[in-house]
Every structure is written in structure tokens, then in C-alpha cells.
Ligand binder design. Structure first.
Ligand code: FES
Length: 115
């Protein structure tokens, strides 16, 4: 199956070190501007559904605004609390002509994490 890219928003709509939520069908996805790239993960925290787009960006991770779980935005792994067994789905992004595009095909990390 070929990868399908969806135009999401202009880059300037997501300030550096911040996230924004987008709704694609019934899926809420949080997209973050790390300054030199954009990263996307499922929008809801796996703990109790907190809005990850409103979290504090710290390095390549985001800290959930509700109870402080720390989610790695590249792998979807939970960095805090340690030894968490859950993982947040991540999505590939790219920029074309000043627009952020998102792939809804799960990343290889997600495929292996859900086996
Ligand atoms: S809902 Fe995110 S840490 Fe609790």
C-alpha cells in the first residue's frame, strides 16, 4: 500500500516548541514544532487522555499537562514514569512548500511496538 500524505497546516501556524491538535476523521493527532522539524503523535495521553498538544516540549519529548507523563515524540515511548509498557502511536511528517504533511501510515516503531 502506498503511503498517503495529508496536508495539515502551514508551518507558521505552529510556533517553535509548541504543539497543535488536528482532527483527521475520528483521530486526534498532536503535531509539534521542534524548531528544525515537526513530529506527530496521537493527541491523547495514554495515562488518562490528557491533551498532549498542550504539554510542555522538553527536548524531543512532551510533558503531559495533566499529571506529567513524559512522551518521547520520536518513538512514542513513555520516558516518565520509567518502565511504562504503553507507547503512543507516532506518525511521519514532512514539509513541502511551507506546509506540514502527515502520513497516517503507522511508523515502523509503532508496528513493532504493537506486536
Ligand atoms: S493524563 Fe497525561 S499524565 Fe495523566
Amino acid at each position: 500500500m502506498s503511503e498517503q500524505w495529508i496536508r495539515v497546516t502551514e508551518c507558521e501556524n505552529i510556533p517553535p516548541r509548541e504543539g497543535r491538535a488536528v482532527l483527521l476523521g475520528d483521530r486526534e493527532i498532536a503535531i509539534f514544532n521542534l524548531g528544525d522539524r515537526f513530529l506527530a503523535v496521537d493527541g491523547r495521553c495514554p495515562h488518562q487522555g490528557g491533551p498532549l498538544c498542550d504539554g510542555i516540549v522538553a527536548g524531543n519529548a512532551v510533558v503531559c499537562p495533566l499529571h506529567g507523563w513524559k512522551v518521547n515524540l520520536e518513538s512514542g515511548a513513555i520516558e516518565r514514569p520509567a518502565n511504562s509498557k504503553v507507547c503512543v502511536p507516532t506518525y511521519a511528517t514532512k514539509v513541502e512548500g511551507g506546509v506540514v504533511l502527515l502520513s497516517l501510515t503507522p511508523t515502523p516503531e509503532l508496528r513493532s511496538a504493537t506486536l
